[in-house]
Design a protein around this ligand. Structure first.
Ligand code: PLP
Length: 362
């Protein structure tokens, strides 16, 4: 039987690691939350965004990321993206003048820059503070462009938590740290262990999908849930022990950065040789891709790959917000239905990447 292809835990964990000093990932300039969406809501709250306010949001996004905002009565104001996944800067002025958002959210899709600098500069000129959504990015100390950045580290390493908030202007602007150790991190570790076991038992590695809200897996992850059940204001938490161990390990960070970039370049080169066009053919020096996106005009690629145990998924696929589905954002709805993300996880090697390329070829 062929081995299924998708991410699996890095091993070993950095328990008792005594080598190089920890990366500056766990210093006082960060706050941790269960999920990226909780960090996002916290970032907006810090910027003074209150119930009833509006936030500018790119129409290409998964709706579950916005659940805390919606539950708090914050209204998204949509702006379409362009074919290259950037925001149309020329449209910003008109959209801001019309809807007067209290803040803007800008996404680095799949870990790529997406021309964010120009959009942030324009928004700053219009007096709109920006939260950078780095939920598709690995942690880096790349300078913040916006007022704050949020992360979702469970998309890179096998942890149950991983929401993280960083703000410009120093730690004084952060919410107060969690008081004491508490037992939140222990619960997070236990929940992850149970969920991981159940996912493997039900689907095996290849079937797992990090964007499975609304499905059995989504419920196991606690990611679904209607707005009514949601308390948007989640306080900062002590991160799970697994997350701390991963973040403290230079070897893990090195593997995430180097292997993902290498895997991306390898697979992108193979796909290009097969004549498959990619939105990003290479990653820049400071980009660590979450996956390898491609545009699937035929619409059947995910099913084909999954039937072969390859953990590809559409993004955001069924998670496109209903307002965007309803029309008016042609580029986001087209990209949202056709963008397929291929795995380039740090534990994959050339043989597995070859198989992915072969299956993409048909
Ligand atoms: C662009 C983007 N932002 C935010 C989030 C929210 O991250 P989390 O699932 O950790 O809440 C997601 C999740 O899928 C996402 O794709």
């Amino acid at each position: 039987m062929k081995q299924p292809i998708s991410g699996k835990p890095l091993a070993p964990l950095a328990d008792g690691h005594t080598g190089a000093p920890p990366l500056p990932l766990l210093d006082k300039t960060r706050r941790f939350y269960p999920r990226g969406r909780d960090a996002l809501f916290a970032a907006l709250t810090l910027l003074g965004v209150a119930p009833g306010a509006r936030v500018l949001v790119p129409a290409l996004i998964c709706d579950s990321a916005l659940a805390p905002l919606r539950a708090a009565g914050i209204e998204p104001v949509w702006i379409d993206v362009r074919e290259d996944f950037s925001i149309d800067v020329a449209r910003l002025e008109e959209t801001v003048a019309r809807s007067r958002p209290a803040a803007a959210l800008l996404v680095r899709y799949f870990g790529f820059g997406c021309g964010l600098a120009g959009a942030v500069e324009r928004l700053r000129g219009l007096g709109v503070p920006v939260v950078e959504d780095r939920c598709h990015c690995w942690v880096s100390d790349a300078a913040l462009l916006g007022e704050a950045a949020v992360y979702s580290l469970r998309k890179f390493i096998p942890v149950g938590d991983g929401g993280m908030l960083v703000v410009a202007g120093g730690p004084d602007r952060l919410p107060p740290p969690p008081s004491g150790e508490g037992d939140g991190h222990r619960r997070a570790d236990l929940r992850f262990a149970v969920r991981n076991w159940a996912e493997r038992a039900l689907f095996g590695w290849g079937g797992s999908n990090p964007y499975a809200e609304g499905t059995v897996i989504g419920r196991l992850r606690g990611g679904g849930g209607g707005a009514a059940a949601l308390d948007p204001a989640v306080a900062p938490r002590v991160p799970s022990r697994r997350l701390v161990r991963y973040l403290r390990s230079p070897a893990v960070s090195e593997a995430v950065v180097r292997r993902r970039r290498e895997n991306f370049d390898y697979l992108a080169t193979r796909l290009a040789a097969l004549g498959i066009q990619l939105p990003w053919a290479r990653c820049a020096e400071d980009e660590v891709p979450m996956g390898l996106p491609l545009i699937d005009a035929g619409g059947r690629l995910v099913e084909r790959l999954r039937a072969d145990g390859i953990g590809a998924y559409r993004w955001p696929g069924e998670e496109l917000p209903p307002e965007v589905e309803a029309g008016g954002f042609p580029c986001a709805s087209r990209l949202g239905r056709r963008t397929v993300v291929l795995p380039i996880h740090q534990d994959l090697g050339p043989a597995q990447l070859e198989r992915i390329a072969e299956r993409c070829a048909g």
